[in-house]
Design a protein around this ligand. Structure first.
Ligand code: TXA
Ligand code: MG
Length: 348
């Protein structure tokens, strides 16, 4: 299959008359799969009401069929066609954060294709805050199921070229809207329970959620590093975001990390270090890459996945990553890093 790439200039006002948007929307309406930018990461979209269209997402990504997808909507009104009910907490979250990087899990209606939810009675929904995504959703005029547009297990794509590298030849097209904003996927919150539960940390933090609902927001126990508990969000159990070389997180200062790097190099290994601009010139290794600025964790989130992908060009045997404080967006950064490292953490 030839994969079209359409560059969309989103510095100008976009409308549903844009020829690239029309072409992508028509492909979606015909049951094809198209990648598009959101404010978090690129998504791989298909008509969420068509089981056949959705099946193509699972095939293109090599995604396990028990891992449900997020349904994207272009207006809040579309929600009522997809869910049985919206709880008062969910209402408040929608008012506060949509469009934006927040996904809500709610009881589903039958119209949602069975494979979107991997057979669950609930469906995950969000309204993205990106002009290309919103215009495409409006033009397609159907809800769009979309996981991140990477091969299963790889870092999520924050640029169209990442999507192309993973999925060229497997999907109908890619709308290129430049680099995404947040850089990490949306926060997923289960709203089917009495108190909301965070299933995946992301762009919207626990503190922001609690302020909006004015009650305690729980965190899925499986996120608290207990590997023996099955996560409520099926996707959280898979290895994810991994660069080619094995990654290990190191909790410790520069001297400690450098000593670990030196030992590995003495053992004949080619070693990478993931750090930030503050310390990028201070390490001695085979590849030292800066992922944003430590004093600005938002920039670390924005660049994390692209940096993990960049390591693949250095033919490394092992990568050591600095650790980040688990506060605000740092929670989501450490969640993704820990997954990329398969849980390997070296402590001082
Ligand atoms: O920012 C994002 O959320 C991006 C962009 C493209 O919107 N999408 C994304 O989708 O990250 P994906 O498929 O890579 O992650 C979806 C997550 C998975 O962890 C999945 O298990 C969870 O949402 N999920 C989906 N439906 C669910 C449900 N009904 N109950 C619990 N978790 C669900
Ligand atoms: Mg994903």
């Amino acid at each position: 299959m030839k994969t079209e790439t359409w560059c969309v200039d989103n510095t100008v006002e976009l409308s549903t008359d844009n020829p690239h948007i029309i072409e992508a929307a028509n492909l979606l309406k015909r049951g094809e799969v198209v990648a598009f930018p959101t404010e978090t990461v690129y998504g791989l979209g298909a008509n969420a009401l068509s089981e056949r269209a959705v099946e193509k997402i699972f095939v293109a990504k090599g995604r396990p069929s028990d891992n449900p997808l997020i349904v994207h909507i272009g207006s809040k009104e579309q929600l009522q066609d997809l869910v049985q009910s919206v709880t008062p907490h969910a209402h408040k979250l929608i008012e506060q954060f949509w469009p934006g990087p927040l996904t809500l899990v709610l009881p589903k209606k039958a119209a949602v294709a069975h494979n979107v939810t991997a057979g669950l009675e609930s469906v995950a929904i969000r309204m993205p805050n990106h002009p290309v995504a919103l215009t495409l959703l409006k033009a397609a005029n159907v809800p769009i199921a979309a996981p991140s547009a990477n091969l299963s297990g790889k870092p999520s794509p924050t640029e169209a070229k990442h999507v192309y590298a993973d999925l060229a030849g497997k999907i109908a097209g890619i709308l290129d809207g430049g680099v995404t904003g947040v850089g990490l996927e949306s926060t997923v919150v289960d709203c089917t329970t009495e108190l909301p539960i965070i299933l995946r940390p992301g762009g919207v933090t626990k503190e922001q959620l609690e302020e909006a609902v004015d009650c305690e927001v729980l965190v899925d126990k499986a996120l608290q590093h207990d590997v023996h508990i099955a996560p409520r969000s099926p996707g959280m159990k898979y290895v994810h975001y991994a660069p080619d070389a094995p990654l290990q997180i190191v909790e410790g200062d520069l001297a400690f990390i450098q000593a670990i790097v030196n030992d590995a190099r003495k053992a004949g290994k080619r070693v990478g270090v993931l750090t930030t601009t503050e310390q990028v010139n201070k390490y001695e290794a085979d590849a030292v890459l800066a992922c944003g600025e430590r004093k600005n964790l938002t920039s670390v989130a924005q660049q994390l996945f692209a940096t993990l992908r960049s390591f693949n060009t250095y033919d490394l045997d092992v990568i050591f990553s600095e650790s980040f404080p688990r506060e605000g967006i740092g929670e989501a950064i450490m969640n993704r890093l820990t997954k990329a490292a398969g849980g390997h953490v070296i402590k001082y």
